[in-house]
Design a protein around this ligand. Structure first.
Ligand SMILES: Nc1nc2c(ncn2[C@@H]2O[C@H](COP(=O)(O)OP(=O)(O)O)[C@@H](O)[C@H]2O)c(=O)[nH]1
Ligand SMILES: [Mg+2]
Length: 202
């Protein structure tokens, strides 16, 4: 089989949507990047596309209020979802974000896979766990990335990975977890491989 590489460099920004109705037609394949605010979602997207500031990254948690949608090529898209679970933001705004994420997950039929990003130093918060539970019930692929792995030594990365697998054993499903770092180039190829499979299988 000839395996064609996906060229992320021609990725186009489509829309920053404040509600699901603004998104384009619910066809093709969509992969969503989900995680707490500041977990590294936009950075992961930038590293795939190999452009530094394509999906805006921010040092201030909770800035991205929208679903930012990108078209990798015709009919295949990546959605950078608003972050959840940050401090310093009003309860009302917080619940608006969660509602938007819920609405997106529940309405959007073209979601084929979800990548959950969690800071390796603080993985599996309550919303992460709720999300995982929900995804496993659906026919949706899941990959978990432990981001900012460069913040830990190699040994501590492995320890944390083991710990996360241990905690996930409550789900009785096989769940894939990878360490990830944009600075040390950890896990980026794994992410590429997964996305390629999800994008190309029918
Ligand atoms: N050390 C380290 N910092 C990272 C990594 N990925 C992202 N960051 C930083 O974490 C902050 C939040 O990243 P961002 O992509 O905006 O997170 P988002 O809110 O989930 O989209 C930024 O300051 C990034 O530079 C990583 O792999 N290693
Ligand atoms: Mg972001």
């Amino acid at each position: 089989m000839i395996s064609k590489k996906i060229n992320y460099q021609i990725t186009k920004f489509i829309i920053s949507a404040i509600n699901v109705n603004q998104l384009p037609k619910d066809t093709g394949v969509e992969i969503a990047f989900i995680g707490r605010s500041n977990s590294g979602k936009s950075s992961a997207l930038n590293s795939l596309i190999q452009k530094k500031n394509f999906a805006r990254t921010s040092k201030t948690a909770g800035k991205t209020k929208f679903i930012n949608l990108f078209e990798v090529k015709n009919g295949i898209r990546i959605a950078d979802l608003p972050g959840y679970g940050y401090a310093n933001i009003s309860k009302k705004i917080k619940s608006n974000f969660i509602n938007l994420i819920n609405e997106y997950l529940q309405k959007r039929k073209c979601i084929k896979g979800i990548v959950i990003m969690m800071d390796i130093r603080n993985p599996l918060n309550i919303i992460d766990l709720q999300l995982i539970k929900w995804i496993l019930k659906k026919n949706i692929h899941l990959l978990i990335l432990l981001t900012k792995a460069d913040k830990l030594s190699f040994n501590d990365q492995k320890k944390q990975l083991f710990e996360v697998y241990n905690k996930l054993s409550i789900f009785k499903n096989i769940i894939e977890v990878e360490c990830f770092s944009i600075f040390k180039n950890i896990g980026i190829n794994k992410l590429r491989m997964k996305l390629k499979i999800w994008f190309t299988e029918s």
